[in-house]
Structures are given as structure tokens and as C-alpha cells.
Design a protein around this ligand. Sequence first.
Ligand SMILES: CC(C)(COP(=O)(O)OP(=O)(O)OC[C@H]1O[C@@H](n2cnc3c(N)ncnc32)[C@H](O)[C@@H]1OP(=O)(O)O)[C@@H](O)C(=O)NCCC(=O)NCCS
Length: 184
Amino acid sequence: MLSIELERDTHRDAIRTVTEAAFAASEFGHNGEADLVDALRKASEQTLGFVAIQDEAVVGHVMFSPVTIRANNETLTGMGLAPLSVLPTNQRTGIGSQLVTTGLQHLSSINTAFTVVAGDPKFYARFRFVPAFNFGITHGFQGMPQSIFQIRFPSPEDDPEKKHVREGLAFYLPAFGPQHENFS
Ligand SMILES: CC(C)(COP(=O)(O)OP(=O)(O)OC[C@H]1O[C@@H](n2cnc3c(N)ncnc32)[C@H](O)[C@@H]1OP(=O)(O)O)[C@@H](O)C(=O)NCCC(=O)NCCS
């Protein structure tokens, strides 16, 4: 049976193993994701991690850390989903999806204004992520296509009752690396 739980200190070694294995077998990533997970925990108390447990072992992990969007006259804080890792032997069985779904439900319960992710739109569209560029929201990572940068608001983008932030630049925690103010 699979369960998704908030990560605890006792999961940390297993999370490192899962993260390294997932990204080593992936065309994405830069091999620094396990260190990034540790750095994000230290960088902000708002960072949230969830583990997927199967047969008492950690088989997947997802992390959410604060992201700010600087628009014209306001700064809005939400969360960024990264990294997401599932052990290669356990992939394509729905574990990644359950980690994302549970994480988003939790963020919704604490009234998170938005969630962003940089990843394959084919995977993330099913969770109602849409291209951030639709809202004029961009990231500042050099070399990363804007087309894979996506955003999800708690209510659908066509909800006339909601005003979603527009025309802004998103900033992840510095642990993610340099982000440029005027990158386009
Ligand atoms: C991406 C990842 C977390 C998905 O985990 P998973 O447990 O295999 O995901 P699921 O089983 O919930 O897959 C759900 C769907 O996504 C699809 N999918 C999985 N990985 C995908 C990928 N890299 N690209 C496109 N689609 C993908 C599956 O085919 C499946 O689609 P289907 O239900 O229509 O068959 C996992 O492949 C992984 O750890 N990859 C290496 C690290 C990585 O790339 N992380 C994401 C960085 S943004």
C-alpha cells in the first residue's frame, strides 16, 4: 500500500537516495538535486516536503519552497514545486502524481496563493498547471526555456471571481542558483 506523508527527519537519508537515483536516471536535472533538497530545508521554515512510502520504504519525494512574484507594485508569495523524485524501479505507477496531488491539496488548505513548477507540461498539465507566460509571469534562470515554466492558481484561471497576478517576475530561493532581474 502507498501512503503520502509529510517528511520527517528520519526520512532524510532515504530522501537523498531516492532523489539521487531518480535524477541519475533522468535526462533532466544537474545531479545537484539531493543537495538542493537539504539547502531548501535550511533556507526556509516554510519549505514543505512529502514522502511516498511503500512497504515501509521511501520510494518518492516532493518538495515545495517559497517563491515570490514581483509584479508592478506588489510582491506575492506562493510556492515552487521542486524537486520531484520517484525511484526508477517504482516509476509510472502513479506515485509521482499522488505526491503532487497531496502536496497541492495541502497547499490549498493553507491558502497558498499560487504554485509554480519548471517541468514537462505533458506531466504537469493534468494537475491544472498552465504556462506562466499566459499571465505574463516569467522566471529568471538563464538557459531555461520559459515554455516549461508553469503556474497553478487555487481556482481555475477562467474563474471570473478571481483576479490572478499578471506581468511579474518569479524568484525562487537563492539555493536554486542565480536568477536575473531582466531576463526574457
Ligand atoms: C517525473 C517523475 C517524478 C514522475 O513520477 P511517476 O511516479 O513515474 O509518475 P506517475 O506514475 O504518476 O506518472 C503519471 C503520468 O506521467 C507520465 N510521465 C511520467 N514521467 C514523465 C515524464 N518525464 N515526461 C512525461 N510524462 C511523464 C506517465 O507516463 C504517466 O502518464 P499516464 O498516466 O498517461 O501513463 C519520475 O519520472 C521521476 O522521478 N523522474 C526523474 C526526476 C524528474 O525528472 N523529476 C521531475 C522534474 S520536473
